[in-house]
Design a protein around this ligand. Structure first.
Ligand code: FAD
Length: 411
Protein backbone atom coordinates (compact mmCIF):
# COMPACT_ATOMS: atom_id res chain seq x y z
CA UNK A 1 0.00 0.00 0.00
CA UNK A 2 1.16 3.53 -0.74
CA UNK A 3 2.92 5.15 2.21
CA UNK A 4 2.20 8.69 3.37
CA UNK A 5 4.57 11.27 4.79
CA UNK A 6 2.85 14.18 6.52
CA UNK A 7 4.78 17.42 7.04
CA UNK A 8 3.36 19.75 9.69
CA UNK A 9 3.96 23.45 8.93
CA UNK A 10 4.10 24.94 5.40
CA UNK A 11 7.43 26.46 6.29
CA UNK A 12 10.94 27.11 5.02
CA UNK A 13 11.92 23.66 6.23
CA UNK A 14 8.89 22.03 4.57
CA UNK A 15 9.65 23.72 1.24
CA UNK A 16 12.99 21.90 1.27
CA UNK A 17 12.03 18.69 3.04
CA UNK A 18 9.24 17.77 0.62
CA UNK A 19 11.30 18.01 -2.62
CA UNK A 20 14.29 16.42 -0.85
CA UNK A 21 12.09 13.44 0.03
CA UNK A 22 11.51 12.90 -3.70
CA UNK A 23 15.23 13.25 -4.41
CA UNK A 24 15.96 10.66 -1.74
CA UNK A 25 13.55 8.24 -3.38
CA UNK A 26 10.29 8.61 -1.42
CA UNK A 27 7.61 7.14 -3.70
CA UNK A 28 4.55 7.60 -1.53
CA UNK A 29 2.26 10.55 -0.81
CA UNK A 30 3.65 13.75 0.64
CA UNK A 31 1.09 15.97 2.36
CA UNK A 32 2.09 19.35 3.82
CA UNK A 33 -0.36 20.74 6.38
CA UNK A 34 0.04 24.45 7.16
CA UNK A 35 -2.08 26.77 9.26
CA UNK A 36 -1.28 29.83 7.12
CA UNK A 37 -3.27 30.26 3.93
CA UNK A 38 -0.32 30.38 1.51
CA UNK A 39 2.38 28.14 0.12
CA UNK A 40 5.74 28.31 1.95
CA UNK A 41 7.29 31.75 1.54
CA UNK A 42 10.53 33.55 2.36
CA UNK A 43 10.15 35.27 5.73
CA UNK A 44 13.37 37.38 5.71
CA UNK A 45 11.97 39.92 3.18
CA UNK A 46 9.00 40.57 5.49
CA UNK A 47 11.01 43.06 7.57
CA UNK A 48 12.88 44.29 4.49
CA UNK A 49 11.66 44.51 0.87
CA UNK A 50 8.07 43.40 1.57
CA UNK A 51 7.57 45.96 4.32
CA UNK A 52 9.08 48.58 2.02
CA UNK A 53 6.48 47.66 -0.62
CA UNK A 54 9.11 46.45 -3.10
CA UNK A 55 7.74 42.90 -3.30
CA UNK A 56 4.32 41.31 -3.78
CA UNK A 57 3.18 38.15 -1.96
CA UNK A 58 3.87 35.98 -5.03
CA UNK A 59 7.48 37.24 -5.12
CA UNK A 60 8.01 35.70 -1.70
CA UNK A 61 7.10 32.11 -2.61
CA UNK A 62 9.99 29.71 -2.06
CA UNK A 63 8.69 27.54 -4.92
CA UNK A 64 5.74 28.12 -7.23
CA UNK A 65 2.72 25.79 -7.16
CA UNK A 66 3.74 24.09 -10.43
CA UNK A 67 6.95 22.76 -8.93
CA UNK A 68 5.12 21.12 -6.04
CA UNK A 69 2.53 19.75 -8.47
CA UNK A 70 5.24 18.26 -10.66
CA UNK A 71 6.76 16.56 -7.62
CA UNK A 72 3.31 15.38 -6.56
CA UNK A 73 3.45 17.23 -3.25
CA UNK A 74 0.00 17.94 -1.79
CA UNK A 75 -0.91 20.88 0.45
CA UNK A 76 -3.64 21.29 3.04
CA UNK A 77 -3.45 25.01 3.77
CA UNK A 78 -5.35 26.91 6.43
CA UNK A 79 -5.46 23.69 8.47
CA UNK A 80 -3.87 23.18 11.86
CA UNK A 81 -2.64 19.90 13.30
CA UNK A 82 -3.91 19.75 16.87
CA UNK A 83 -2.58 16.38 18.00
CA UNK A 84 -0.52 13.37 17.07
CA UNK A 85 -1.36 9.81 18.03
CA UNK A 86 1.94 7.97 17.72
CA UNK A 87 0.43 4.53 18.42
CA UNK A 88 -2.19 4.82 15.67
CA UNK A 89 0.12 6.95 13.51
CA UNK A 90 -2.53 9.60 12.90
CA UNK A 91 -2.71 13.36 13.20
CA UNK A 92 -5.93 15.18 14.09
CA UNK A 93 -6.73 18.50 12.47
CA UNK A 94 -8.59 21.36 14.14
CA UNK A 95 -11.71 20.30 12.21
CA UNK A 96 -11.54 16.91 13.90
CA UNK A 97 -10.49 15.13 10.72
CA UNK A 98 -7.89 12.39 11.25
CA UNK A 99 -5.15 11.66 8.73
CA UNK A 100 -2.95 8.57 8.80
CA UNK A 101 0.80 8.77 8.32
CA UNK A 102 3.67 6.37 7.96
CA UNK A 103 6.29 9.07 8.46
CA UNK A 104 5.84 12.48 10.05
CA UNK A 105 7.99 15.62 9.83
CA UNK A 106 7.48 18.46 12.31
CA UNK A 107 8.43 21.82 10.77
CA UNK A 108 6.40 24.01 13.08
CA UNK A 109 8.87 26.90 13.42
CA UNK A 110 8.45 29.59 16.05
CA UNK A 111 5.86 32.16 17.10
CA UNK A 112 6.39 35.66 18.41
CA UNK A 113 6.74 36.29 22.10
CA UNK A 114 3.80 38.49 23.05
CA UNK A 115 3.50 40.99 25.90
CA UNK A 116 0.56 41.32 28.27
CA UNK A 117 1.01 44.90 29.42
CA UNK A 118 -1.83 47.38 30.02
CA UNK A 119 -3.16 48.57 26.66
CA UNK A 120 -1.26 45.93 24.67
CA UNK A 121 -4.40 44.97 22.69
CA UNK A 122 -5.05 48.51 21.39
CA UNK A 123 -5.23 48.73 17.62
CA UNK A 124 -2.07 50.00 15.97
CA UNK A 125 0.08 47.62 18.03
CA UNK A 126 1.63 44.90 15.89
CA UNK A 127 3.92 41.89 15.93
CA UNK A 128 5.91 40.75 12.94
CA UNK A 129 6.03 37.13 11.82
CA UNK A 130 3.68 36.51 8.88
CA UNK A 131 2.65 38.17 5.62
CA UNK A 132 -0.66 39.12 7.24
CA UNK A 133 1.21 40.96 10.03
CA UNK A 134 3.08 43.08 7.46
CA UNK A 135 -0.08 43.83 5.51
CA UNK A 136 -1.63 45.16 8.73
CA UNK A 137 1.51 47.18 9.55
CA UNK A 138 1.65 48.65 6.05
CA UNK A 139 -1.94 49.82 6.39
CA UNK A 140 -0.81 51.89 9.41
CA UNK A 141 2.31 53.40 7.82
CA UNK A 142 1.99 57.17 7.24
CA UNK A 143 4.85 59.44 6.19
CA UNK A 144 5.34 61.91 9.03
CA UNK A 145 3.62 59.57 11.52
CA UNK A 146 5.34 58.24 14.64
CA UNK A 147 6.46 54.63 14.89
CA UNK A 148 7.72 53.13 18.13
CA UNK A 149 9.53 49.82 18.00
CA UNK A 150 9.81 47.85 21.20
CA UNK A 151 12.97 45.73 21.04
CA UNK A 152 16.34 46.51 19.50
CA UNK A 153 17.13 43.09 18.01
CA UNK A 154 17.64 42.36 14.32
CA UNK A 155 13.94 42.47 13.48
CA UNK A 156 13.49 45.76 15.36
CA UNK A 157 16.47 47.37 13.65
CA UNK A 158 15.50 46.17 10.17
CA UNK A 159 11.97 47.43 10.70
CA UNK A 160 13.26 50.80 11.96
CA UNK A 161 15.42 51.14 8.83
CA UNK A 162 12.43 50.55 6.53
CA UNK A 163 9.93 52.70 8.43
CA UNK A 164 12.43 55.58 8.51
CA UNK A 165 12.89 55.29 4.75
CA UNK A 166 9.08 55.30 4.41
CA UNK A 167 9.10 58.69 6.14
CA UNK A 168 8.02 57.71 9.65
CA UNK A 169 9.57 59.34 12.70
CA UNK A 170 10.89 56.18 14.33
CA UNK A 171 11.89 55.43 17.92
CA UNK A 172 13.44 52.21 19.23
CA UNK A 173 12.99 51.32 22.90
CA UNK A 174 15.36 48.63 24.16
CA UNK A 175 15.44 47.31 27.70
CA UNK A 176 19.10 46.18 27.58
CA UNK A 177 21.88 48.75 27.83
CA UNK A 178 22.53 48.46 24.07
CA UNK A 179 20.83 47.19 20.91
CA UNK A 180 21.69 43.65 19.76
CA UNK A 181 23.06 43.04 23.28
CA UNK A 182 22.18 39.34 23.22
CA UNK A 183 23.94 38.61 19.95
CA UNK A 184 26.87 40.97 19.30
CA UNK A 185 29.85 42.71 20.87
CA UNK A 186 29.52 46.27 22.22
CA UNK A 187 31.52 47.59 19.23
CA UNK A 188 28.92 46.16 16.83
CA UNK A 189 26.02 47.51 18.89
CA UNK A 190 27.63 50.98 18.94
CA UNK A 191 28.07 50.86 15.19
CA UNK A 192 24.41 50.05 14.54
CA UNK A 193 23.23 52.64 17.09
CA UNK A 194 25.36 55.30 15.38
CA UNK A 195 24.15 54.45 11.87
CA UNK A 196 20.49 54.39 12.91
CA UNK A 197 20.86 57.73 14.70
CA UNK A 198 22.53 59.21 11.62
CA UNK A 199 19.54 57.98 9.60
CA UNK A 200 17.19 59.76 12.00
CA UNK A 201 16.08 56.95 14.34
CA UNK A 202 15.68 57.91 18.00
CA UNK A 203 17.17 55.09 20.12
CA UNK A 204 16.63 54.71 23.85
CA UNK A 205 18.36 51.84 25.66
CA UNK A 206 18.04 50.68 29.26
CA UNK A 207 14.35 51.58 29.18
CA UNK A 208 11.43 49.32 30.16
CA UNK A 209 8.00 49.64 28.56
CA UNK A 210 5.18 49.37 31.13
CA UNK A 211 2.14 49.83 28.91
CA UNK A 212 0.32 51.58 26.09
CA UNK A 213 -2.21 54.38 26.20
CA UNK A 214 -4.93 55.41 23.76
CA UNK A 215 -8.70 55.61 23.33
CA UNK A 216 -9.17 52.96 20.63
CA UNK A 217 -5.87 53.15 18.82
CA UNK A 218 -2.50 53.36 20.50
CA UNK A 219 -1.41 56.96 21.12
CA UNK A 220 1.49 56.60 23.55
CA UNK A 221 4.01 54.06 24.79
CA UNK A 222 4.49 54.38 28.55
CA UNK A 223 7.79 53.55 30.22
CA UNK A 224 8.62 52.44 33.75
CA UNK A 225 10.69 55.57 34.45
CA UNK A 226 7.68 57.82 33.69
CA UNK A 227 8.82 58.72 30.17
CA UNK A 228 6.29 58.32 27.33
CA UNK A 229 6.59 58.29 23.56
CA UNK A 230 3.77 59.41 21.22
CA UNK A 231 2.97 56.65 18.72
CA UNK A 232 0.69 56.14 15.71
CA UNK A 233 2.10 52.68 15.15
CA UNK A 234 3.87 50.28 17.54
CA UNK A 235 5.78 47.17 16.57
CA UNK A 236 6.79 44.73 19.26
CA UNK A 237 9.84 42.63 18.41
CA UNK A 238 10.92 40.92 21.59
CA UNK A 239 11.84 37.49 20.30
CA UNK A 240 10.18 34.21 19.44
CA UNK A 241 9.31 30.89 21.07
CA UNK A 242 9.63 27.48 19.42
CA UNK A 243 6.35 25.72 18.56
CA UNK A 244 7.02 22.53 20.51
CA UNK A 245 3.66 21.92 22.19
CA UNK A 246 2.36 19.54 19.51
CA UNK A 247 5.47 17.38 19.89
CA UNK A 248 5.45 17.61 23.68
CA UNK A 249 1.78 16.56 23.90
CA UNK A 250 2.68 13.52 21.78
CA UNK A 251 5.31 12.56 24.35
CA UNK A 252 8.36 13.60 22.31
CA UNK A 253 11.25 15.12 24.26
CA UNK A 254 11.52 18.91 24.13
CA UNK A 255 13.86 21.42 25.76
CA UNK A 256 13.61 24.87 24.18
CA UNK A 257 13.02 22.91 20.97
CA UNK A 258 12.10 19.43 19.78
CA UNK A 259 15.10 17.27 20.61
CA UNK A 260 16.56 15.65 17.50
CA UNK A 261 19.82 14.03 16.48
CA UNK A 262 22.15 15.27 13.73
CA UNK A 263 19.84 13.71 11.13
CA UNK A 264 16.72 15.44 12.47
CA UNK A 265 15.38 12.21 14.05
CA UNK A 266 13.34 12.29 17.24
CA UNK A 267 13.27 9.25 19.54
CA UNK A 268 10.28 8.00 17.50
CA UNK A 269 11.67 6.22 14.41
CA UNK A 270 8.76 7.54 12.32
CA UNK A 271 9.09 11.21 13.27
CA UNK A 272 11.68 13.82 12.31
CA UNK A 273 11.76 17.58 12.91
CA UNK A 274 13.56 20.43 11.17
CA UNK A 275 13.98 24.20 11.36
CA UNK A 276 13.54 26.78 14.10
CA UNK A 277 11.56 24.34 16.26
CA UNK A 278 14.45 21.91 16.86
CA UNK A 279 17.18 21.60 19.44
CA UNK A 280 19.92 19.74 17.64
CA UNK A 281 23.60 18.83 18.02
CA UNK A 282 26.20 20.99 16.30
CA UNK A 283 29.76 19.75 15.83
CA UNK A 284 30.88 23.27 16.75
CA UNK A 285 28.65 24.43 19.63
CA UNK A 286 26.99 21.47 21.37
CA UNK A 287 23.16 21.40 21.47
CA UNK A 288 21.65 24.52 19.90
CA UNK A 289 18.40 25.91 18.56
CA UNK A 290 18.80 28.25 15.60
CA UNK A 291 16.49 30.76 14.00
CA UNK A 292 17.74 30.99 10.44
CA UNK A 293 16.83 30.03 6.91
CA UNK A 294 20.12 28.20 6.16
CA UNK A 295 19.52 26.05 9.24
CA UNK A 296 15.92 25.21 8.21
CA UNK A 297 17.02 24.30 4.70
CA UNK A 298 20.06 22.21 5.58
CA UNK A 299 18.40 20.39 8.44
CA UNK A 300 15.40 19.61 6.22
CA UNK A 301 17.70 17.88 3.72
CA UNK A 302 19.13 15.66 6.47
CA UNK A 303 15.68 14.90 7.87
CA UNK A 304 14.35 13.93 4.42
CA UNK A 305 17.27 11.55 3.97
CA UNK A 306 16.65 10.08 7.43
CA UNK A 307 13.00 9.40 6.55
CA UNK A 308 14.28 7.41 3.58
CA UNK A 309 16.61 5.41 5.81
CA UNK A 310 19.77 7.31 4.85
CA UNK A 311 22.37 8.84 7.14
CA UNK A 312 23.23 12.39 6.04
CA UNK A 313 24.00 14.29 9.23
CA UNK A 314 23.60 18.04 9.31
CA UNK A 315 26.92 19.55 10.36
CA UNK A 316 27.03 23.00 8.74
CA UNK A 317 28.40 26.05 10.50
CA UNK A 318 25.48 28.33 11.47
CA UNK A 319 25.28 31.60 9.55
CA UNK A 320 22.86 34.51 9.38
CA UNK A 321 22.38 37.87 7.74
CA UNK A 322 20.60 41.15 8.31
CA UNK A 323 20.00 44.03 5.87
CA UNK A 324 19.61 47.59 7.17
CA UNK A 325 19.88 50.65 4.86
CA UNK A 326 22.96 50.04 2.68
CA UNK A 327 24.44 47.65 5.27
CA UNK A 328 24.72 43.92 4.76
CA UNK A 329 25.60 42.23 8.02
CA UNK A 330 26.68 38.60 7.58
CA UNK A 331 27.37 36.48 10.61
CA UNK A 332 29.43 33.30 10.61
CA UNK A 333 29.17 31.01 13.63
CA UNK A 334 27.86 31.67 17.13
CA UNK A 335 29.78 33.88 19.53
CA UNK A 336 28.49 32.31 22.75
CA UNK A 337 31.26 31.91 25.34
CA UNK A 338 33.74 34.21 23.56
CA UNK A 339 36.43 35.81 25.70
CA UNK A 340 37.98 38.15 23.14
CA UNK A 341 36.69 40.46 20.41
CA UNK A 342 38.98 41.62 17.62
CA UNK A 343 37.90 44.36 15.24
CA UNK A 344 39.15 44.67 11.67
CA UNK A 345 38.44 48.02 10.03
CA UNK A 346 36.99 51.09 11.70
CA UNK A 347 33.35 50.75 12.81
CA UNK A 348 33.49 54.18 14.49
CA UNK A 349 33.50 56.24 11.31
CA UNK A 350 32.90 53.97 8.31
CA UNK A 351 30.27 51.49 7.13
CA UNK A 352 32.42 48.39 6.64
CA UNK A 353 34.27 46.26 9.22
CA UNK A 354 34.45 42.83 10.86
CA UNK A 355 34.23 41.82 14.51
CA UNK A 356 35.84 38.46 15.27
CA UNK A 357 35.03 36.45 18.40
CA UNK A 358 37.63 34.17 19.94
CA UNK A 359 37.38 31.65 22.75
CA UNK A 360 40.65 30.48 24.28
CA UNK A 361 42.46 31.90 21.24
CA UNK A 362 40.25 29.97 18.77
CA UNK A 363 38.11 31.88 16.26
CA UNK A 364 34.46 30.90 16.84
CA UNK A 365 32.39 33.60 15.12
CA UNK A 366 32.56 36.71 12.93
CA UNK A 367 30.20 39.64 12.26
CA UNK A 368 31.01 41.12 8.85
CA UNK A 369 29.45 44.42 7.78
CA UNK A 370 29.64 45.12 4.04
CA UNK A 371 32.52 42.64 3.82
CA UNK A 372 31.23 39.65 1.90
CA UNK A 373 34.66 38.29 1.00
CA UNK A 374 35.77 38.33 4.62
CA UNK A 375 32.52 36.62 5.60
CA UNK A 376 33.19 33.77 3.18
CA UNK A 377 36.75 33.31 4.42
CA UNK A 378 35.69 33.64 8.06
CA UNK A 379 33.22 30.80 7.57
CA UNK A 380 36.03 28.58 6.38
CA UNK A 381 38.45 29.68 9.09
CA UNK A 382 35.87 28.79 11.73
CA UNK A 383 34.48 25.62 10.17
CA UNK A 384 37.93 24.20 9.44
CA UNK A 385 39.18 25.29 12.88
CA UNK A 386 42.18 27.02 11.36
CA UNK A 387 44.60 28.63 13.79
CA UNK A 388 44.72 32.40 13.40
CA UNK A 389 46.01 35.02 15.79
CA UNK A 390 44.20 38.11 17.02
CA UNK A 391 46.92 40.23 15.40
CA UNK A 392 46.34 38.58 11.99
CA UNK A 393 42.59 39.07 12.23
CA UNK A 394 42.99 42.73 13.19
CA UNK A 395 45.40 43.47 10.34
CA UNK A 396 43.21 44.93 7.61
CA UNK A 397 46.13 44.88 5.18
CA UNK A 398 46.45 41.09 5.49
CA UNK A 399 43.86 39.34 3.29
CA UNK A 400 41.95 36.69 5.26
CA UNK A 401 42.30 34.45 2.23
CA UNK A 402 46.04 34.26 2.86
CA UNK A 403 45.31 32.67 6.25
CA UNK A 404 43.65 29.77 4.46
CA UNK A 405 46.73 29.02 2.39
CA UNK A 406 49.10 26.46 3.91
CA UNK A 407 46.63 26.00 6.77
CA UNK A 408 47.48 24.51 10.13
CA UNK A 409 44.41 22.97 11.72
CA UNK A 410 43.90 23.40 15.46
CA UNK A 411 43.08 20.36 17.66
P1 FAD B 1 8.64 28.87 9.90
O1 FAD B 1 9.07 29.61 8.69
O2 FAD B 1 8.51 29.58 11.21
O3 FAD B 1 7.23 28.22 9.57
C1 FAD B 1 6.54 27.38 10.45
C2 FAD B 1 5.14 27.25 9.93
O4 FAD B 1 4.47 26.19 10.61
C3 FAD B 1 4.30 28.50 10.15
O5 FAD B 1 3.59 28.80 8.99
C4 FAD B 1 3.37 28.08 11.28
O6 FAD B 1 2.19 28.84 11.28
C5 FAD B 1 3.15 26.63 10.92
N1 FAD B 1 2.65 25.78 12.02
C6 FAD B 1 3.08 25.74 13.29
N2 FAD B 1 2.41 24.82 14.00
C7 FAD B 1 1.51 24.27 13.15
C8 FAD B 1 0.51 23.25 13.28
N3 FAD B 1 0.31 22.62 14.45
N4 FAD B 1 -0.24 22.93 12.21
C9 FAD B 1 -0.04 23.55 11.01
N5 FAD B 1 0.88 24.52 10.82
C10 FAD B 1 1.66 24.87 11.88
N6 FAD B 1 16.41 34.32 8.96
C11 FAD B 1 17.58 34.51 8.30
O7 FAD B 1 18.34 33.55 8.15
N7 FAD B 1 17.91 35.75 7.79
C12 FAD B 1 17.07 36.82 7.90
O8 FAD B 1 17.39 37.91 7.44
C13 FAD B 1 15.83 36.63 8.58
N8 FAD B 1 14.94 37.63 8.68
C14 FAD B 1 13.73 37.40 9.25
C15 FAD B 1 12.78 38.42 9.28
C16 FAD B 1 11.54 38.19 9.84
C17 FAD B 1 10.53 39.29 9.86
C18 FAD B 1 11.22 36.93 10.40
C19 FAD B 1 9.88 36.68 11.01
C20 FAD B 1 12.15 35.91 10.37
C21 FAD B 1 13.41 36.14 9.80
N9 FAD B 1 14.37 35.13 9.76
C22 FAD B 1 15.55 35.34 9.11
C23 FAD B 1 14.13 33.83 10.39
C24 FAD B 1 13.63 32.82 9.40
O9 FAD B 1 12.54 33.33 8.70
C25 FAD B 1 13.27 31.54 10.13
O10 FAD B 1 14.46 31.03 10.68
C26 FAD B 1 12.63 30.52 9.21
O11 FAD B 1 11.42 31.00 8.71
C27 FAD B 1 12.40 29.22 9.95
O12 FAD B 1 11.74 28.34 9.13
P2 FAD B 1 10.96 27.10 9.72
O13 FAD B 1 10.85 26.17 8.59
O14 FAD B 1 11.60 26.60 10.94
O15 FAD B 1 9.53 27.61 10.17
Amino acid sequence: MEQTCIIVGASHAAAQLAPSLRQEGWQGRIVVIGDESCLPYHRPPLSKAYLRGDKQPDDLLIRVADIYARLNIEFRLGERVESIDRDDRTVTLRSGEKLAYDKLALCTGTRVRTVTLPGSTLSGIHYLRNIDDIDRIRADVRAGGRAVIVGGGYIGLETAAVLTKLGMRTTILEMAPRVLARVTAPQVSSFFERVHREEGVDIHTGIAVRGFDGAVRVEKVLCADGAFFPADLVIIGVGVMPNVELAARAGLATDNGILVDACGRTADPNIVAAGDCTMHPSPFYGYIRLESVPNATEQARSAAAALCGKEKPYAALPWFWSDQYDLKLQIAGLNQGHDQVVVRGAPEGGRSFCAFYLKGGQLIAADCVNRSQEFIFSKRLIAERIEVSAAQLANDALPLKSLLEGVKVAD
